[in-house]
Design a protein around this ligand. Structure first.
Ligand code: SF4
Ligand code: SF4
Ligand code: SF4
Length: 510
């Protein structure tokens, strides 16, 4: 028995065992996620109790149990067998982060995947939660500025020269259709000049209130053009927050624009149009049910059009009575911290139900769990959480040419200017060194290190890394990963057809 204790203790290598994995619980069972290998094991009583004690570093109690109770002795033996055969509980200490491109200087080489142009800072709406409202300091405010052609051309030339083989050109605002001329000119320029790219995709995020027949005809004829429509749901929901400056709701105009576009795109609409909704409090099942019925009853909207929901950003609503309460999530139930997921699990668990909408909302979370690395030996590399390589996964060029990592990162230190050049020293210092110095030790002690979805956009402000913000995001991130694990394994128990659908999406099986 002492041998077994020694074996377990040797794995700890002066660190807390809490980093080695996580116990999570579905309605019917408890599981252990092993952080090193990514494997998940369903646990029975005695093994479960011992692993819980291990993760809490309660060595005296472990010793007492296995010395006094044969069931625990056997359970400890079973765990030791898993250690030998499955290589669990052996996560190494990582000396450094590895960049997603496996090379810290990848941003020097240029293999840009997506270039997004902020074609205008104007918007015809004044959504009450808009990040560009004047009271929200983390992003710029609305202005009357449009991007000029010289800036757009410089960005497109950069993308042409340093872009990946399959490159995406995005258009963003404000409301990009207010500068439709520049969107069109940019597309024409790319189609004419991007000869060395095997695939050229376009994407635009718009409230669609200005979409007309002529624009829709144009977008239909642009190869690989995708449009994301900002629509929060039925009129009662959309018009509460998505309003024009005179406080009139935008529902009718957005629906009109969406209908024109969808009808024009015809059979291609399902693949080329998607819907992005922002969910504001109160977060309740009735609201999600209402949204589901609304989309189901739009008979002209192809059923398979992609849909997702984002919670309204903390601090973006002017009226505090609508503020989301999603702080301090560690002890909260899934219904409180992620009510969309809690609702979707119920929908997806019921066999025979029409789960299209719930599946669309959860597709990316489920897929992330489905395709996570499951290794025979513990992972040898630790990636820099979900952080992109600045200037490689995406580049966001503001109207004045300022380059950011993406549209979600707000006033964080820029990567440079598209006309005058990128500031490579600043990228190294602010986005690699500063992040790593603060994060590496903490991530080494965190069970979520190989599933983490924290990135710069969540924890940077105008000065760079905001340590307090990052610590808060880490708590939320761990809770959200735990919820993702629960969701995936709950559905494997209740309705495995859902998991098979993920395979059919991945491998094209019917
Ligand atoms: S449409 Fe977008 S940019 Fe315009 S006010 Fe609404 S959220 Fe802001
Ligand atoms: S969301 Fe995060 S990971 Fe994605 S491009 Fe923006 S900063 Fe990078
Ligand atoms: S949640 Fe925080 S501490 Fe944990 S791996 Fe992610 S960034 Fe690191």
């Amino acid at each position: 028995m002492q041998e077994m204790i020694k074996k377990l203790a040797a794995l700890q290598c002066n660190h807390s065992f809490s980093r080695a994995g996580k116990i999570f619980k579905t309605k019917n069972a408890e599981y252990f996620y092993d952080a090193g290998t990514g494997k998940v094991f369903q646990c029975e009583n005695y093994e479960l109790k011992l692993i819980k004690l291990l993760l809490n570093n309660e060595w005296d109690e472990i010793e007492r149990l296995i010395n006094t109770n044969n069931e625990y002795t056997q359970a400890c033996q079973n765990i030791c067998n898993l250690i030998d055969k499955e290589h669990i509980l052996q996560i190494p200490i990582y000396k450094k982060f590895t960049n997603e491109n496996k090379n810290d200087d990848a941003f020097l080489n240029g293999n840009l995947k997506q270039m997004t142009l902020e074609v205008t800072q104007k918007c015809n709406l004044r959504c009450k939660y808009c990040i560009y409202n004047e009271d929200y300091s983390q992003f710029r405010s609305f202005t009357m500025e449009d991007m000029d052609w010289d800036t757009a051309k410089a960005a497109l030339d950069y993308a042409n020269l340093y872009g990946a083989d399959d490159i995406i050109i995005g258009f963003y605002g404000g409301e990009p259709l207010l500068n439709f001329k520049l969107v069109k000119k940019s597309i024409e320029y790319c189609l004419k000049n991007f000869k060395n790219h095997s695939e050229l995709y376009f994407t635009m995020t718009s409230n669609l209130t200005m979409m007309n027949e002529e624009m829709a005809e144009y977008f239909k004829n642009v190869p690989n053009m995708n449009v994301v429509c900002s629509l929060d749901g039925p009129q009662s929901i959309q018009d509460q927050f998505r309003v024009f400056s005179n406080n009139v709701g935008s529902f009718e105009r957005t629906i009109n624009g969406l209908k024109i576009l969808v009808e024009k795109m015809g059979e291609q609409a399902e693949k080329r149009v998607s819907i992005h909704s922002v969910l504001c409090p109160p977060f309740d099942e009735n609201k999600l049910e209402e949204m589901k019925l609304f989309f189901q009853n739009l008979t002209w909207l192809p059923k398979g059009i992609g849909k997702n929901i984002a919670y309204v950003g903390a601090g973006t609503l002017k009226d505090n009575k609508y503020q989301a309460d999603i702080n301090d999530p560690e002890e909260k139930k899934m219904e409180e911290i992620d009510p969309v997921k809690a609702w979707a699990i119920k929908e997806l668990s019921q066999q025979g139900n029409d789960f299209t909408y719930a599946f669309q909302l959860q597709h990316s979370d489920l897929m992330r769990m489905h395709v996570r690395s499951i290794l025979n030996e513990p992972a040898k590399l630790l990636f820099r959480n979900a952080c992109c390589t600045p200037g490689i996964r995406k580049m966001y060029v503001a109207v004045d040419g300022t380059v950011s990592a993406c549209e979600r990162i707000g006033n964080s230190p820029s990567l440079g200017n598209i006309v005058t050049g990128l500031d490579l020293n600043k990228i190294r210092e602010k986005y690699l060194q500063e992040y790593d110095e603060y994060s590496l030790n903490k991530c080494n002690e965190c069970w979520a290190m190989h599933l983490c979805n924290n990135c710069y956009a969540l924890c940077y402000d105008e000065n760079g890394l905001n340590q307090q913000k990052k610590d808060q995001e880490c708590v939320a991130c761990r809770k959200s990963i735990e919820n993702d694990l629960i969701e995936y394994y709950q559905l494997l128990e209740d309705n495995p057809v859902i998991i098979q659908i993920l395979d059919s999406i991945l491998y094209g099986k019917s």
